[in-house]
Design a protein around this ligand. Sequence first.
Ligand code: SF4
Length: 686
Amino acid sequence: DKRGPEAIEYWTRTTCVYCGVGCQMDVSSRDGKVVAVRPANHPTNRGHLCVKGRYAFEFNHAPDRITTPMLRRNGEWQAVSWDDALDFIAGRLRDIVARDGPDAIGVLGSARASNEENYLAQKFARVVLGTNNVDCCARVCHTPSAKALKTMLGTGAATNCFDDIEHAHALLLCGVNPTENHPVVGARIKQAVLRGAKLVVVDPRCTELAQLADVHLAVKPGYNVPLFNALAATLIEEDLLDYAFLTERVSGFDDFAAFVAEYAPERVAGECGVAAADIRAAARIYATAKPAMCFHGLGMTEHLQGTEGVMTLINLALLSGNLGKPGAGINPLRGQNNVQGSAQMGCDPATLTGSQLIKDAGPRFEAAWGCKLPATHGMDLLQMIDAARDGNLKALWAFGYDVYLSLANEAASRTAMAKLDLVIVQDLFLNETACAFGTVFLPAASFFEKEGTFMNSDRRVQRIRAVVPPPSDAWPDWWIIQALAARLDHPQGFCFDNPRAIWDEVRTLWPDGAGLSYERIERESLHWPCPDEHHPGTPVLHRERFSAGKTAALACIDFVPTPETIDDDYPLLLTTGRTLYHFNAGTMSYRTPNAALRSSDTLDMSPGDAARLGLADGEPVHVHSRHGMTTLPLRITDVVRTGQLFASFHRPELFVNRLTSLVRDRQVHTPEYKVTAVWVERARSD
Ligand code: SF4
């Protein structure tokens, strides 16, 4: 290059950090900075990237990135050395353990961190601190999916892979909006439909794919369980069953048939807000245009009956034989790049690496780690927040996770987190958690700056590679965890030279991942389970038998209405979610040119409601719930139905979680972000 070596662009293959599709991309750097991203031609994304993966990278070099450790003293953040920061944390953690015991501390892994780092985070909690209080952001999104799939089928992950989209003759999308939130998969679904695949969409909103659907069931928020029971009742009543599959692989049919008969479409359609004829039409498509593939999202999981709602979905696949074959299955679309990996690596209070129950796998981990595992049950994230409120949790360490902004019901989170003695935030920026409650800030390396692996929605383990070095004094999470372990006199077991060495330890403890060596991942695209180095990986689960056994039992799930209901004072139903240009707390995407493409969250309202309230497009409105109030610009759109509203939640200053309730999933405590009763008024200038 005649311009000199400093002008040469280097391209490095890595994995997108945003959604759970896990697109592969080539990243170019110059003078130590990321300067361009282009899509890779890889089975995951076939030469495509969305507007986030392709353009939202400038956060990496944003001027407000924090690149030195900081301590908050007398309310002011002060830069300190790593030695000072680590000594401070180690001293405080020692004091808390001595005074309140190890279960007064909680650790939160992250979808932003690699598998290797999440593995080390949970190992740190269990070995160094001596607590099972470890969790991750899966708790607020797809833990209900993992729980339902594990309970009924034996593996808490997607049953099929993205390549099956092209094999499916019908697609059933439930509470998921992939053209905005998983755009590369959304585009593949759209192409499949344009080529002739049938499409059924279950969503309160008339999304882009709902507009293309053969049947759109615009279910009222909170009514998934009766709707899916009605679909099951239709399959039985109209004899749309796969008898061979039922005979060989399904148990509990007679009891289930008697139970679900109470949910005939004509009985429940009204309360679900849909037409009985549409329920029947949807059931016929799903059961006859086989194989039929189901994708679902947070519209299924973030409810009082999130886990149970996913179980009612699995019932449909069992009745119709849409499991264990290409082009079928039940597939949660994970919102964040490595949220599957963070939980799978053991950032979960009840399971160890590989989702292995502590009671089963504990002895093997104790032998490998040379320690006794903590005897007490761990707390999940929501239980940690409750414990903080009650004064029983004293310290929280959060990696790459703006937990305060993300949790439902800001007032309750604020009350609880204000009582913590020590809040360690490890991130790229001073997020809302750090600003409001942080005691120590540890500057982390971004995914552009480190090696490791991510695990995407369809169980593929893929490499991330360092494109540029971390700035100044920022370090990868795995390095920080090891440094703190050494400060706490636990160097043994925390002295890995690199992420590959950590991964090799993961493989010895996780039988389904044993065959996923770095050498193979470099060459091949592999889905776990992959139990040895000659195994080809498993794109389709449950082919001959379920992971849980030869047969799976149908689940009789009765409907339990949410207590969060509309009335004369709060007459509108709000759901919250993401948009195409931004990602979660906006920490990264709002520091990129994507901010210009969509500069603010909005409150989406139907033209009818806007006219009735005398509100104009674009004007600021106050939104009040029983739990709080925020102000948002109004967007009038017929994507939402009359009586319903939608708000995105990316901008910290708008803090949409001021509105959301304390209702949680009955089994795994995921907050009910999808149902909040509100009223709306024109913003007052005072
Ligand atoms: Fe990244 Fe998801 Fe977009 Fe792919 S679809 S580029 S993984 S945000």
